[in-house]
Design a protein around this ligand. Structure first.
Ligand code: SF4
Ligand code: SF4
Length: 359
């Protein structure tokens, strides 16, 4: 797998542009914890100059896959892909127990948290229909990190708009497996179950509340199989296109700000849709954080870092929370919301819109 990236790794000129922007590097302040350091470690693993050991694994797993480095690298190195490929080398021997348990739960039980519980759709109270052109894929992180609330609000909004949609008898999209470096066959098994379910119901368009699920379907699944017959979209884009109007909402909000999730922003360029929706609320008390849109700071929970080194996740979240000040953080990613909610007030954009709707 690393051999696919040899020419990219060799394109690195050690310019350090990625280093100054990496949110992990800005906390740890060691070059080995910089994106270029991780690329050099990956190259060392490829050539055999480095043995996979604990310190190597530490540098590779201390990354949230936020993509800030990819967007700043002038040499076009796909640094996040290199890091993910290198994680596959260290995963069998050096992933920590929490990461292994997490991956094991997905393969055995279909979702990330392992307790025997109802199917994910059941938490919305809206059972899958036999056939529908539009489907809502809730995602197990939505269930676990927002106490199902983000998914329930999303379903309520779609019902409010009188959309003919279905939920799905879904399993985890496989993103956490990619993040820890689990074997390809485990990721493929999740993909096949989900695509079988989607096609069985005649679905042509799938909506997501979780940017990582969206990323898996739109960017990773196509590397394995043809999905050109299905369209994928984050629900904020869909709701924005539907054009909720100021008269749909009660006026005013508590002081709020919006946190751009890394994948939704840097990978898909979705910056305007959530802001348009928030600004549809008359007299919303809204203010941007210092780092926003393309320069948004990672919440610290991505890329399995919250499992590997929760104290580092906390330090990264603290930086972002300081920018938000007293404002409630609104976001469009269950992982960000779950992470911020441990330390401050945070809510999904679906819940905000549903709470504010006149109905
Ligand atoms: S993906 Fe983010 S955390 Fe990881 S190396 Fe790049 S900038 Fe740093
Ligand atoms: S920005 Fe790109 S070329 Fe420059 S050090 Fe980072 S990975 Fe290497």
């Amino acid at each position: 797998m690393l051999e696919e990236y040899v020419s990219e790794m060799m394109q690195c000129t050690s310019c350090s542009f990625c280093t100054v922007t990496c949110p992990v590097m800005n906390v740890l302040l060691t070059d080995a914890s910089s994106p270029r350091g991780r690329v050099q470690i990956a190259y060392g693993l490829y050539t055999g100059e480095l043995e996979p050991d604990k310190s190597v694994a530490k540098r590779l797993y201390e990354c949230t896959t936020c993509g800030m480095c990819d967007s700043t690298c002038p040499s076009g190195v796909h640094i996040v892909d290199v890091i993910k490929a290198a994680r596959k080398v260290v995963y069998p021997q050096l992933a920590v127990e929490k990461q292994k348990n997490f991956a094991g739960n997905i393969s055995e039980k279909g979702h990330t948290y392992g307790e025997e519980k109802e199917p994910i759709w059941a938490f919305t109270g809206f059972a899958p229909k036999e056939k529908a052109e539009v489907a809502y894929f809730m995602g197990c992180k939505v269930s676990a990190e927002t106490g199902h609330a983000q998914g329930i609000a999303a379903v309520n909004l779609l019902k409010y708009l009188e959309e003919n949609f279905t939920t799905l008898d879904e399993v985890c999209c496989g993103a956490p497996l990619v993040n820890v470096g689990a074997p390809e066959e485990k990721i493929r098994a999740q993909m096949e179950k989900n695509l079988g379910e989607i096609r069985k119901r005649g679905v042509k368009k799938v909506l997501f509340s979780c940017p990582s699920c969206y990323y898996m379907f739109a960017k990773v699944y196509p590397n394995h199989t043809d999905v050109s017959d299905i369209e994928f979209q984050h629900i904020v884009e869909y709701l924005d296109e539907k054009g909720l109007k100021p008269e749909d909402f009660e006026a005013g909000t508590e002081p709020i700000t919006y946190h751009d999730p890394c994948h939704l922003g840097r990978v898909f360029g979705v910056y305007d849709a959530p802001r348009n929706l928030i600004k549809s609320i008359p007299n919303a008390d809204y203010k941007e954080m210092e780092h926003n849109r393309e320069s948004s700071l990672c919440c610290g929970a991505g890329g399995s870092l919250a499992l590997y080194e929760p104290s580092l996740t906390k330090k990264m979240a603290d930086r972002r929370i300081a920018e938000a000040g007293e404002r409630t953080i609104v976001s469009a990613c269950p992982n960000c919301i779950g992470n911020f909610s441990k330390h401050t007030k945070a809510i999904s954009i679906e819940e905000l819109l549903w709470d504010m709707l006149r109905r």
